[in-house]
Structures are given as C-alpha cells and as structure tokens.
Design a protein around this ligand. Structure first.
Ligand code: FE
Ligand code: FE
Ligand code: ZN
Length: 281
C-alpha cells in the first residue's frame, strides 16, 4: 500500500481539503492547522468534519500529516513567543482529536542564539507538558536543513529530543527529503548510508511520514528551498530511488513542491506509476 498527497489549502474547511486531495489523485494530504504566518485557528465546524471523515473513510485515506504554523517556536528566546507557541501546540493537539489517529508535524524550533543544547531541552520540556497519554495523535519532529539557529538539522538533535520525551509512543519523525539533502545527507550518492545512519541514530521505527521534495540547492547548502520533483539538485532518478526504498514503504508521502494543481496532479501520478511498477498497490 502507498499513500501520496500534497499540502492543500485549509481555507475552505476539512471536507474541501479531502475533495481537493481526491481531485489531484491523492489518498492523504497535509494542511496547516491555522494560518501558517498567523495565530488564530478557525472554529471546527462539526458537520464539515463529519463529512471529511466520511470522505477519508470511503476513499481509504492514509494518515494525514497536519503542519504546525511557522510562527510556532517552542524554544524561542522570547518568553511571549514561547508562551504563544505552547498555547498553539496545546490547542492544535486538542483539535487534532476531531480527526483521530493522524499525525501533527512541527519544526522543532530556532534557538535564537541560546545554543542547540538549550533549544533541545526547552523543546523536550514543552512536549512533556503538552503530550498526554490519552491523545491519539502522534506528534512528529521534522528533519530540518540546519539553516541559521534551527534545531533538528542533524539526526542526533532529533534523537536527543526524543530521548527526553517521556511519552515515547506519542513522538516520531517526519523526514523532509529537501531538508536532509540541504542538511548534508547525501541521498543521491549514498541513500543506503543515510538510511542506515537514520536507523542507527533515531531508529526507523520512529519514522512516520515523508515530505517529498526536490531541492534547488546543493547537498549541505543549509538553504531549504524546495523544487519540483526532478527539476532540482536531487533529481528524478534519486527521488524515484528514495520513493521506492523499502524503508519508506507504506509511509505517507507529502509533496511540498512549488506547484499549481496541474503540477501536483502530475507528481502524484508519477509517484503512483513508480509504486504500481513495483506492485506496491
Ligand atoms: Fe515543514
Ligand atoms: Fe517539510
Ligand atoms: Zn522546507
């Protein structure tokens, strides 16, 4: 079984997101839980949610990969930003329960000069405050490109966060192909080596989802600029090899490529062709 979809707009509600995903050929999708640059979340419309759940069920959708807003920075050096961020993640985890058993992905944070170690400590402390044994949602740390003060550009940093989190079954990782490539993990020339390293440091059982993006920049550039599949420095063949690697079989793959609907439809169709070639129906 395979799951593919893109990041869809959440402006028109949950049922609309499900229908958009279907229209583009997807069977999963990602969405922002609230305005990516803002703060306030729209009230959940129960009828809209019920309709979405019906669509997801009757079309055998895989796990959804919700995305926290970019304004959320759990390890900010500013007290008000930290408090805001904690409120956001608390509220988002609560809201995710309207659509049980899905994933909630976030950028670990930017330590803003406090140092990576301190950043890691703060992030883990917040997670220990906000995660609850009753939640069905698994919270995912995204692998980052290691731009500026970003925490999570190295597998070791994500591992350190996970080690400190008490509710281990509520925490996992979402691997972004553009980010790890930009972070210096060479998935073009050494895919098996990178996967081995991930497995040794974090453990493949902690990997729940993939952000499937090509990159505009070279390996190790620490830039984080996504490119359409096959048009970037990772390239078509390496993206295909990644998608077909058994380590990622059955995980939701989310496209965050710079595309319009036509472009997403095309990339989703290509991904499906790869999977069907391999009999991964
Ligand atoms: Fe992200
Ligand atoms: Fe991403
Ligand atoms: Zn990115």
């Amino acid at each position: 079984m395979y799951y593919i979809g893109n990041h869809v707009s959440s402006s028109y509600g949950y049922a609309a997101m499900g229908n958009t995903a279907l229209k583009l050929g997807g069977n999963t999708f990602a969405f922002f839980t609230r305005n990516p640059r803002g703060g306030k979340a729209k009230e959940i419309d129960e009828k809209d949610m019920q309709e979405f759940l019906k669509i997801a069920k009757s079309n055998n959708f895989g796990k959804l990969v919700a995305h926290a807003p970019y304004t959320m920075n759990l390890c900010s050096s500013k007290e008000d930003v930290r408090q805001f961020s904690k409120n956001v993640i608390t509220d988002d985890i609560k809201r995710m329960e309207y659509m049980p058993d899905n994933y909630y992905n976030f950028h670990p944070g930017s330590h803003l000069g406090q140092g990576t170690e301190r950043g890691i400590e703060i992030i883990a402390d917040v997670l220990n405050d906000v995660l609850s044994p009753n939640q069905s949602t698994i919270v995912l740390l995204e692998t980052m490109a290691g731009k500026g003060n970003e925490v999570g550009g190295k597998f070791e940093e994500l591992k350190e966060i996970i080690d400190r989190v008490l509710l281990k079954d509520k925490i996992g990782v979402c691997l972004d192909t553009c980010h790890i490539w930009d972070g210096g993990y060479n998935i073009v020339n050494n895919l098996d080596g990178v996967i081995d390293e991930f497995d040794k440091i974090i453990g493949l059982k902690k990997l729940y989802a993939v952000h499937f993006n090509d990159s505009k920049n070279e390996c190790g550039s620490h830039k984080d600029r996504h490119e359409r599949i096959g048009y970037g420095k990772i390239g078509f063949e390496a993206m295909k090899r990644f998608a077909l690697h058994p380590a990622f079989a059955g995980k939701p793959f989310i496209l965050e490529t710079p595309n319009d609907d036509k472009g997403y439809t095309r990339e989703i169709a290509i991904f499906k062709e790869w999977m069907e070639e391999r009999g991964r129906l």
